[in-house]
Design a protein around this ligand. Structure first.
Ligand SMILES: CC(C)(COP(=O)(O)OP(=O)(O)OC[C@H]1O[C@@H](n2cnc3c(N)ncnc32)[C@H](O)[C@@H]1OP(=O)(O)O)[C@@H](O)C(=O)NCCC(=O)NCCS
Length: 189
């Protein structure tokens, strides 16, 4: 069953994000992700759906209507906590400071185009149609808000490129981010 994310599923969502998605945010740890998703509940233009079966979370997906300034909107809600979590990470990974600045100022968000931010299904639940169901739910929610097209950005190396192509996303362009090739797809609802 697909539902909107509530406080009680935050820790499961953070765990799935950390386990299934690579990239910088998961590197910051589950505590960071928990605070990220908790604060996202206070951002009206951001929404997360979970796929839930017998109280077990079998995946989630997040969309955002207006990504501009996303990290600022999230961090400002608990400045001290985020500063502690970021500093704690930088103490153990000092060379990642440049990477962190680049992520927090990610240029893709400045376009302010509606975007599917994340979608993740635990390995044991993949290949059962759950990703497609969550993707469609995100598309329906965008449509309800009067949006008929949204974007997805994905590292070229990830198998999920195949998933997006299969469900009808169109490759718009590619660019380099953090020395890696990234693809922009669009989906017309
Ligand atoms: C990508 C992901 C969300 C797909 O979810 P899923 O539940 O496994 O996919 P589904 O079972 O809903 O598949 C829907 C369709 O896409 C196809 N598909 C799924 N993964 C695919 C892949 N890697 N390559 C090609 N096609 C794929 C399926 O065969 C299915 O096709 P069909 O409709 O013809 O039967 C999931 O594998 C995942 O969470 N991966 C790890 C996290 C990740 O990479 N997320 C995306 C970050 S950008």
């Amino acid at each position: 069953m697909i539902n909107k994310l509530t406080l009680k599923e935050i820790s499961s969502v953070a765990r799935i994000h950390k386990e299934e998605l690579s990239g910088f945010l998961p590197e910051l740890g589950e505590e960071f992700l928990q605070a990220f998703y908790k604060n996202s509940l206070n951002i009206p233009e951001m929404f997360t759906f979970i796929d839930c079966e017998n109280d077990h979370i079998c995946g989630f997906a997040t969309g955002i209507i207006s990504p501009k300034g996303l990290y600022k909107k999230i961090i400002i809600q608990n400045k001290i906590l985020f500063i502690i979590l970021i500093l704690r990470h930088l103490i153990t990974h000092p060379f990642q400071i440049v990477k962190m600045v680049k992520i927090l100022t990610y240029p893709g968000f400045s376009d302010d185009i509606p975007e599917l931010l994340t979608i993740a299904i635990p390995k044991s639940e993949q290949g059962r149609g759950r990703g497609k169901k969550l993707f469609k739910q995100i598309a329906n929610n965008f449509q309800k808000k009067g949006i008929n097209k949204f974007r997805i950005s994905v590292y070229d190396r990830l198998p999920s490129n195949g998933f997006y192509k299969r469900i009808g996303c169109k490759l718009e362009n590619s660019f380099e981010f953090l020395d890696e090739k990234m693809n922009y797809y669009s989906y017309n609802i």
